[in-house]
Structure formats: C-alpha cells, structure tokens
Design a protein. Structure first.
Length: 364
C-alpha cells in the first residue's frame, strides 16, 4: 500500500475495533459481575455507549485539525508549554499501556497455555513482533487489523452463539432491584475495558477520505460494544453474577464449554486463545505506534522508526518490574486512570479550540 494513498474507511473502523478488543476480553465478564452484579449487562452496554460518545468527541476535535496528530494540535490549543506537557503525558501513557498489555498477555499465556515458559521469553518475543510490524508504519498496522478483524470477531462470536442456548433467563429476574447505583458504579470500571479508541487522535492525517472519519471512527466502537455486552450476558446468564465474579478468565470458561462437530474440536479454548493472541497483538502494536509517534512529534522530527527501538526497552522494564499480583494491579490501575484522563481531556480541548477559534472543520 502506498503511503500517499491513505487508509480506507473500513481500515479506520478495523484499526479502532482491534485497538479496543484485546487483553480485557478474557476477563470482561468478571469485571462487570464484580462491579455491577446482575446489572453487569446494562453497565457494560452503557459504558460502551459512553465510550462511543467520547470517541465521537475525539473525532470532532481531530476534524478541526485534519492534518495534525494530537501532539501537534494540543500545542495550538493549549499553547506551546502546556501542549508539550500534554504531549509528554500522552507519550508516557502509551508507554505504560504497552507495558500493561505485554505483561498481562505474558501472565495470561503462562497460566493458560505455556506454564513452563519463562515470562521474559514470552514478553521479548511479543515485543520483537511488535517492532517488526510498527516499523512498517500505519499502513501495515491497518492491513494487519483488517486481516485479523473477521477471524477474531468470528471466534468470539462462536463462543457467544454456542453458549446462548444455556443462558438461564431467570438469573436476570433481579435486574434493577438495587436501583441505578450498581450500573453507575459498573460504568466507571467497565469504561476502562473500551479504551483503545485513543488511536483516533492519530488517524486523521493518514485518512484517505477525511470527511468520513466521524462515521467510520465511531463505527469502530460498535463491534466491541456488541461483543463485550454479549459475553457478559452469556457468562452471567449461565453461571450467575457471583460465580462469574470469582472466575479469573470467564471467557475461557465459556470457550471450554464448546465442543464443535461432536469431538472434532474438543479443546475450543485453545482455538480461542490463538485468536485472542491476535487481538492482543493488534492492541499492542497500536499503542507502540502511538508512543513512538508522540515522542517523534515532541522532538519535532518526522522519522519515528529510531524511536521504536529506543522505547521498547523502557516498555520491557516497566512490564517486568511488578513482582506480585498487588504490584501488577497497581500498574494496571495507573494505566486505567491515565487512560480515562487522556480521553476525557478531549472535552475541554474541543471547548477551548472552539472558544479560541483554533482549527476548523475542513473538507477534502
């Protein structure tokens, strides 16, 4: 693909979808059941709608600066000093999330598939693959997301489809029995699961048809909302909220319940994990790309490739530092709060750009 060509509308949707669907897919039913109980389904759906609205605000902001990334236009909106400070914070956030994804992926893979493989080996292998893809640029990343999109959705869709007949609707009889509080509490925790659409901050300059970024950018949130809400519905509908909240990886449990075509595929969970690895990989490469582009633009340079190699050791060090579950949890929470802060910042930035008359909706 020629760089001058730009990304197609479908590629934009694929990149956003694949950036959101990733590591958290394994545990989204547990998070929902733990924070919102039986109302987890509504909390997951509501958090998705809220995230789609935030993605819409990011897109509207980016449309005012169609040829710039957030690192550049934040300096126009906030001023040179504050803008650079914001850009540095964004770069640090992307580094942190990359580290969380790599560590979470290695931990999950060690538990589920490779118990005797050293953590370091899994992490280094994944990082080397990420480097290889990110060096190819956004067109390569978009192509990978485009190729992986249907297989990943297909396998998760099969898990949902084959488990729906076992859902016991009576388990939802107590929905809304505690008012709206469980749903509101759940939304704040589950909204974190939808993070990844920050990639929209960087897509406008590389889009073929910039006028379509609003519809196709937000369209990237539709599939994650359907998938996450359905997984929570099926998990709680089969095991109940209490049992689901006790499972570490409820989605894997759902996959284990499936035996396709008699005994032809007994270990469907292994099949699912393979495609889950693809989903995690696409999330990891988008965040590594965002981190390297952010640092490059902050330095006032255009070639981001040398920075990829400089940043990866930092990602590895951050990922390997936590020594126990408490420290891993602290690292993950730091990334989660930073993510909410970064996507929320688009609201004041859009307002300031309107008040100060910075940028403007361009056509073409």
């Amino acid at each position: 693909m020629k760089k001058s060509q730009g990304l197609s509308n479908f590629q934009i949707t694929a990149v956003v979808t694949e950036s959101v669907i990733g590591l958290i897919t394994l545990s989204i039913p547990r998070i929902a059941a733990d924070t919102a109980g039986i109302d987890g389904v509504f909390a997951t759906f509501s958090a998705g709608i809220l995230s789609a609205a935030m993605a819409g605000i990011i897109v509207l902001l980016c449309r005012r600066f169609p040829n710039q990334t957030v690192i550049e236009f934040s300096q126009e909106i906030l001023g040179k000093f504050l803008g650079r400070l914001y850009g540095a914070a964004f770069a640090a956030y992307c580094l942190l999330v990359s580290a969380v994804i790599i560590r979470g992926f290695a931990d999950a893979l060690k538990v589920l598939l490779l118990p005797k493989t050293p953590l370091e080996f899994v992490m280094i292998t994944m990082l080397l693959l990420c480097i290889y893809c990110v060096v190819g640029g956004i067109s390569t990343i978009a192509k990978i997301c485009e190729i992986f999109l249907l297989p990943v959705i297909g396998v998760i869709g099969l898990i949902i489809l084959f488990n729906v007949p076992d859902v016991e609707m009576f388990r939802f009889r107590a929905v809304f029995s505690n008012g709206l509080m469980p749903i509101l509490q759940g939304i704040s925790s589950i909204a974190i699961a939808y993070l990844g659409y920050e990639i929209l901050f960087f897509l406008s300059p590389v889009m073929k048809n910039k006028n379509k970024i609003v519809s196709y950018g937000i369209a990237g949130m539709v599939v994650p909302i359907i998938i996450y809400t359905s997984l929570v519905f099926v998990a709680i509908g089969i095991d109940g909220a209490l049992a689901t909240s006790d499972l570490i990886y409820p989605t894997v449990q759902l996959a284990r319940r499936i035996a396709l075509l008699g005994s032809f595929i007994e270990k469907f969970d292994i099949f699912f994990i393979i495609f889950w690895i693809l989903a995690v990989f696409t999330s990891a490469i988008t965040f590594l790309y965002m981190a390297s582009i952010s640092v490059t633009r902050l330095a006032g340079l255009r070639n981001y490739k040398p920075f990829i190699f400089m940043l990866v050791p930092f990602i590895y060090i951050i990922a390997i530092l936590p020594q126990n579950i408490v420290q891993i949890s602290m690292l993950t929470q730091s990334a989660d709060y930073a993510g909410i802060l970064m996507v929320s910042s688009s609201v004041p930035m859009l307002l300031i750009s309107l008040i100060r008359k910075k940028g403007g909706i361009h056509h073409g």
